[in-house]
Design a binder for this molecule. Structure first.
Ligand code: CMC
Length: 380
C-alpha cells in the first residue's frame, strides 16, 4: 500500500481490523446480536453457559451438548493449591483488577504446556481460565476480609458458584438469575479495546494467558470497563434524586465526562443498558435500593435532554452499577464482574484469530523532523 493510500484514524475509529462471527453491533439502531441472536432474547431465555457455547461454536447447543459443556466447565472450577497459596500471600489492600491481571498471568506457570497455540489447546486453556477466574476473585476478596477461602461447588452453575464462593452461602434464585443476565450481557462486544488487545497479543503467536492478561489490563481503564465503578462513585456523591440535576449540570459545566454514557459505536441507547435498566429496577425494588435506581433514572433523563443530540446515551456500564450494588457486590468488584463475563468474548476472539492469523502491525504517521543534525553533547 502506498503512503498516499494510507489513512490515519485517531483511535482507529471506523477501521475494520478483524472479522468475527460472534457479535454484530448496529450502533445507529441500537442492535446487538450474538451469532445473530438478539441480546434481549439471550438475556431473557439463555444462560451464561449456553451463551459461551454459542459464542465459541457459532451455534446453540443441543441439550446433551450443553450438559457436556457445563460439566467440563464445572470440572475446571477449582484453583490449584499453589495458586491459592499465592492469593493468600497478596497484600490485602491490592485492587482486585490488579490481582486478577496478575493471577491470570500466573496461571501460565502451572500449565505444563502454556505456549501451545492449536485451536483445540486454546479452547481448553480458555475453558480453564473462564472456570477458575471466579475463584480468583472470590478467594482474594475473602482473603482481604480475613475469611477462609470457600471451595467451589461443582453442583452449581457459573453464576451461583461465584456468589457462593464469595459469600459462603447459597444465593437466592433471583440473585443467581440477575447475575447470570449480567454475565450474558457482558460476554462479547465486537472489537472493543480489550478484545482488540487480546487479538493483537495472540497475533504474535504468543500465548492465550498473555492475550487474556493484556485484555484485563485494558478493561480496567475508566473509559472502558472501569466506567461501572465510576458510575457508582458518581451515584454515591449525589445525596438524593433532587440533587441529581445540580450535580450533573455542574459536571457538564466543568467539562467532566459522565461515566456510563457515550460509546464509540452506539449513537443510540446501548441495548445492554436497556436490559440492565429493567433488571436494576427490579433488583432495586427487591433489595430496598430504589433511591439508587431513581437517581440513575434522573441522570439518564438529564443526559437525554443535554446530550442526546450528540448521540450520547447510557452504555452497558450505567445500569450495571446499580445492578451490582443490589446484588451486594463491593464497588471494586464491579469491573472484575465484567472480566468474569468478557473472558468468554476475549477467548472466542483469540480462537478466531488463531484460526486465521495474520500479525497485527499497523503503521504510524511520522510527524517529527527529518535530516536533523546530530549535535554533540558539549554543544547542546
Ligand atoms: N460525558 C460527557 N461528554 C462525553 C461523554 C461523556 N460520557 N462521552 C463522550 N463525550 C463527548 C466528548 O467530550 C467529546 O466532546 P467534544 O467533541 O465536544 O470534545 C465527544 O463526546 C466525543 O468524545 P470522544 O472521546 O472522542 O468519543 P469516543 O468515541 O472516543 O468515546 C467513550 C467513547 C466511551 C470513551 C466516551 O463516550 C466516554 O468517555 N464515556 C465515559 C466512559 C464510559 O462510560 N465508558 C464505557 C464505555 S461502554 C463499555 C465499555 O467499553 O467498557
Amino acid at each position: 500500500m502506498s503512503t498516499a493510500e494510507k489513512t490515519f484514524s485517531k483511535g482507529l475509529e471506523g477501521v475494520i481490523a478483524a472479522q468475527t462471527e460472534m457479535s454484530f453491533i448496529n450502533g445507529t439502531e441500537g442492535i446487538l446480536e450474538y451469532v445473530g441472536i438478539a441480546i434481549g432474547d439471550l438475556a431473557s431465555k439463555s444462560s451464561f453457559e449456553e451463551t459461551v457455547f454459542l459464542l465459541w461454536n457459532k451455534r446453540l447447543p443441543s441439550r446433551s451438548e450443553l450438559e457436556s459443556f457445563t460439566q467440563s466447565l464445572r470440572a475446571n472450577y477449582g484453583l490449584c493449591d499453589e495458586m491459592i497459596t499465592q492469593i493468600k500471600s497478596l497484600p490485602t489492600d491490592a485492587e482486585p483488577m490488579h490481582v486478577i491481571r496478575t493471577m491470570i498471568s500466573m496461571l501460565s506457570l502451572y500449565d505444563t504446556n502454556p505456549n501451545e497455540n492449536s485451536v483445540e489447546a486454546a479452547r481448553e486453556k480458555a475453558l480453564n481460565i473462564l472456570a477458575v477466574t471466579p475463584m480468583i476473585v472470590a478467594a482474594f476478596d475473602r482473603h482481604r476480609r480475613g475469611l477462609e477461602v470457600v471451595a467451589p461447588d461443582a453442583s452449581l452453575g457459573f453464576a451461583a458458584n461465584f456468589l457462593y464462593m464469595l459469600n459462603g452461602e447459597k444465593p437466592t434464585d433471583a440473585m443467581i438469575r440477575a447475575f447470570d443476565i449480567c454475565m450474558i450481557t457482558h460476554a462479547d462486544h465486537g472489537l472493543n479495546n480489550s478484545t482488540f488487545a487480546a487479538r493483537v497479543v495472540i497475533s504474535t503467536l504468543s500465548d492465550v494467558y498473555s492475550a487474556i492478561t493484556a485484555a484485563v489490563g485494558s478493561l480496567r481503564g475508566p473509559l472502558h470497563g472501569g466506567a461501572n465503578e465510576g458510575v457508582m462513585k458518581m451515584l454515591n456523591l449525589i445525596p438524593s434524586v433532587d440533587d441529581a440535576e445540580d450535580h450533573v449540570m455542574n459536571m457538564i459545566k466543568n467539562k467532566e465526562r459522565i461515566m456510563g454514557f457515550g460509546h464509540r459505536v452506539y449513537k443510540s441507547k446501548d441495548p445492554r443498558a436497556s436490559e440492565l435498566m429493567t433488571l436494576a429496577k427490579q433488583l432495586a425494588d427487591d433489595t430496598g435500593n430504589m433511591d439508587l435506581y431513581l437517581k440513575s433514572n434522573a441522570i439518564e433523563n438529564i443526559m437525554e435532554r443535554e446530550y442526546a443530540s450528540k448521540g450520547i446515551y447510557p452504555n452497558v456500564d450505567f445500569y450495571s452499577a446499580t445492578t451490582y450494588h443490589c446484588i451486594g457486590l463491593k464497588l471494586d468488584l464491579f469491573t472484575p464482574m465484567f472480566v468474569l463475563a468478557r473472558i468468554a468474548g476475549w477467548s472466542g476472539h483469540v480462537i478466531e484469530q488463531l484460526g486465521d492469523n495474520r500479525l497485527f502491525r499497523p503503521t504510524t504517521d511520522y510527524v517529527g523532523p527529518h535530516a536533523a543534525p546530530y549535535v554533540s553533547i558539549d554543544d547542546r
